[in-house]
Ligand binder design. Structure first.
Ligand SMILES: *[C@@H]1O[C@H](CO)[C@@H](O)[C@H](O)[C@H]1NC(C)=O
Ligand SMILES: *[C@@H]1O[C@H](CO)[C@@H](O)[C@H](O)[C@H]1NC(C)=O
Ligand SMILES: *[C@@H]1O[C@H](CO)[C@@H](O)[C@H](O)[C@H]1NC(C)=O
Ligand SMILES: *[C@@H]1O[C@H](CO)[C@@H](O)[C@H](O)[C@H]1NC(C)=O
Ligand SMILES: *[C@@H]1O[C@H](CO)[C@@H](O)[C@H](O)[C@H]1NC(C)=O
Ligand SMILES: *[C@@H]1O[C@H](CO)[C@@H](O)[C@H](O)[C@H]1NC(C)=O
Length: 645
């Protein structure tokens, strides 16, 4: 404990001149919690001289204009199409207003906090300074206590705090205060998932199907099929074994030929998922001989390692599948692997986003809106790696695993990446209208059930409107690469449906209204949000069945939208190669272009995505919540994107 001699003479307050109407402004409660989360107990009140860092999160500006901004640069009819923003422009647009910064500083100054002590973060969204407990308590009209967790973890918190009413519109949050999301150092797996009082977290505890991203039990990862003795490069049996050549034939894509600077394909993996070079080599020998010995360009984020301790399909399946196909399809271009999280704490999407965008990091990089989801690192990566033009992730949560506030914040970050010309692709899930692990939502209490009934359980970030969600198709039994595919009906069902959180983006309006007028949906509000006003997903699809992979020294089959996402991403990356070659920029956020030109995708019209005791939705003419707009027609997509500025 450090003691700092900052003594406050609050009597002097009234005589300090201030630009803000502090003397007339009454304090109002800004945030409150009734009880500490389970397993935490309140210890002693903080000593008045105890010094700790306090952060004031200022409200960002212009977030309500997200859709306007993203449409301006990604709608093909816009005169600003393709005019992506620089990271600096993004920071400036969303940074809190100078009015907000000034008024909060005015309040601090008037309250006796010398402004020389107050630092503005690089993102301009946090004011940070060291305070004594006494000072903080007076500023926020509260009492700070030390709290202890059963595991021995400790945390500073208060039950509620107040700020001047004229500042409520300028201040998002203050930490540490009522949140328990800054406890650094407790391995996440030792924490109980019910630490937060939110009912959604209570729900997680009972959600058998939910697992830490990337853990051996993460059901968003690919499903394992039989071992195969003889993996042949043959287009004759793509209905039984999919290889890169099958995908190129199916979608009319050439083998890669270009490798522009700064156009590697990004693939994100969450530790303990890992690849083995021996598996890559085994697979390359068969399917891409020039790549034997090659690996991805690896960025290790938040203490990540490419672990070799556990070796089985549950630990190596995802990375093997993603890297083998991504690397082969874009070759001679390379793949950038973002390996996120260490073996103890694990990580989540926010940890990755912190690493590619320093301005997203909140607390000295302290990640995270939710410690039960995002890994908490004492020394996190904040803006340490650059995003690639296309980033594919084959991991997902259920939307109901997380809070809407968490999801909205993260989704807006994907929007900011889209503004900068980055294409973000996520797998849509493998359980049809059910969630990960085949769980649906029990209408009585919001818990997850056994998947035999209940409310449909959409995936996140699949339902975020600012990413491209990729569903799964398959080649029908006995059909060839020249026949139309169907929605995946083997081992996995394409994740799809409608969000319970996000409204329908304008780029989807026409496609969804056609879908609803052409299809009489036999489900009511007891199954899904049938308002016809919410985001539908997936956006597109690609084959996700019977991928030949090399894992742990043997060839076997793998299934999942986990396969579909990197495949679609690889083709987008190849389109970027061609655009870059003629001096154009990357395609960035593609949804508005694709929904305006659905003919560049092959519409899939057979199969459905059963779940929750129903046949799910049907893959049908036009967009549908099973296969989206359809699978890539590479030559048509290329022509379209080459024709855009
Ligand atoms: C708070 O104090 C710590 C320890 O003295 C120091 O490292 C840190 O820079 C200070 N923070 C601010 C915002 O002054
Ligand atoms: C790649 O991008 C980075 C930053 O985005 C830039 O500094 C660098 O010059 C680029 N490299 C090439 C080879 O274009
Ligand atoms: C992973 O390896 C560690 C160390 O060998 C072992 O304790 C653990 O049980 C393994 N986990 C699984 C799921 O196999
Ligand atoms: C397709 O083939 C798979 C694997 O051989 C088999 O399990 C499935 O029943 C077949 N489906 C149909 C519709 O024939
Ligand atoms: C469905 O979504 C709409 C739009 O977001 C929302 O207003 C409505 O409350 C939702 N309905 C249900 C039953 O959740
Ligand atoms: C799917 O198609 C079947 C057969 O036409 C129909 O009975 C059913 O209502 C459709 N389901 C949906 C969700 O559109």
């Amino acid at each position: 404990m450090r003691v700092k001699a900052i003594v406050q003479i609050f009597a002097a307050l009234a005589v300090v001149a201030s630009s803000s109407p502090i003397s007339t402004s009454s304090h109002v409660v800004h945030e409150r919690r009734s009880m500490p989360p389970p397993k935490w107990s309140k210890d002693s009140r903080l000593h008045p001289n105890f010094v700790f860092p306090i952060r004031i999160g200022l409200s960002q500006q212009n977030l309500h204009r997200a859709e306007e901004f993203i449409n301006r640069i990604s709608n093909p009819l816009s005169t600003d199409y393709g005019k992506h923003w620089s990271p600096h422009e993004v920071t400036e647009m969303f940074a809190p207003s100078s009015e907000a910064t000034n008024e909060v500083r005015g309040w601090l100054s008037a309250s006796g906090v010398e402004l020389s002590r107050v630092k503005l973060s690089q993102s301009k969204s946090w004011l940070e300074f060291n305070v004594t407990a006494q000072e903080a308590e007076r500023l926020l009209r509260t009492e700070y206590h030390l709290y202890s967790h059963e595991t021995g973890d400790r945390h500073i918190a208060c039950e509620e705090y107040s700020i001047p009413s004229h500042l409520t519109k300028h201040i998002d949050i203050i930490t540490p205060a009522v949140d328990f999301d800054k406890s650094i150092g407790t391995p996440r797996r030792m924490q109980e998932r019910d630490q937060l009082p939110n009912s959604l977290h209570a729900l997680n505890k009972r959600a058998v199907g939910h697992a830490v991203l990337g853990s051996a039990g993460d059901t968003s990862n690919p499903k394992h099929g039989p071992a195969i003795l003889n993996a042949l490069v043959s287009l004759d049996n793509c209905d039984a074994m999919v290889t890169p050549a099958c995908l190129q034939a199916l979608y009319g894509a050439p083998v890669g030929s270009k490798a522009a600077n700064n156009n590697t394909l990004g693939v994100v993996e969450y530790t303990p998922q890992a690849f083995l070079q021996t598996d890559l080599d085994l697979w390359f020998e068969q399917f891409s001989p020039p790549q034997v010995g090659q690996g991805p360009i690896t960025h290790l984020i938040d203490g990540a390692i490419v672990q070799t301790r556990n070796q089985s399909f549950d630990f190596n399946g995802e990375s093997s599948l993603d890297l083998q196909y991504a690397m082969a399809l874009v070759y001679p271009q390379a793949v950038t692997l973002y390996q996120v999280g260490d073996l103890v704490t694990g990580a989540s999407f926010n940890n990755f986003l912190d690493a590619i965008d320093g301005s997203y990091c909140t607390f000295q990089g302290g990640d995270a809106s939710d410690p039960n989801v995002d890994g908490q690192y004492p020394d996190p990566d904040c803006g340490t790696v650059a995003p690639t033009n296309v980033i594919s992730t084959s991991y997902s949560f259920n939307e109901a695993d997380l809070t809407p506030r968490y999801e909205e914040r993260q989704c807006l970050e994907y929007m900011k990446l889209g503004l900068q010309g980055v294409s973000i692709l996520y797998s849509s899930g493998d359980f049809g209208v059910a969630g990960n692990g085949d769980r649906c939502i029990n209408p009585a209490d919001g818990t997850y059930n056994d998947g035999k009934g209940g409310i449909f359980n959409p995936t996140f970030p699949g339902t975020c409107p600012w990413i491209t969600s990729v569903g799964a198709t398959q080649i029908a039994n006995g059909s060839s690469v020249r026949d139309p595919e169907i929605a995946s009906q083997r081992v996995i069902f394409s994740g799809g449906g409608f969000s319970n959180v996000f409204p329908m983006p304008t780029y989807q309006e026409k496609a969804l209204s056609t879908y609803f007028s052409n299809n009489k949906i036999p489900y009511g509000a007891d199954r899904y949000n049938n308002s016809q006003a919410v985001r539908g997903f997936p956006d597109v699809s690609a084959n996700g069945v019977n991928y030949v992979v090399a894992v742990n020294g043997e060839f076997s089959l793998a299934y999942g939208t986990s396969a579909s996402a990197p495949t679609f991403a690889a083709f987008l990356n190849m389109i970027n190669e061609e655009r870059i070659a003629v001096g154009k920029g990357p395609v960035g956020f593609v949804n508005p272009v694709l929904y305006a030109n659905p003919e560049v995708l092959t519409d899939i019209t057979l199969g459905g995505n059963p779940g929750c005791g129903t046949p799910g939705f049907n893959s049908t003419v036009g967009w549908d919540p099973v296969t989206g707009l359809g699978t890539p027609n590479y030559p048509a997509m290329l022509q379209l994107f080459m024709g855009l500025p």
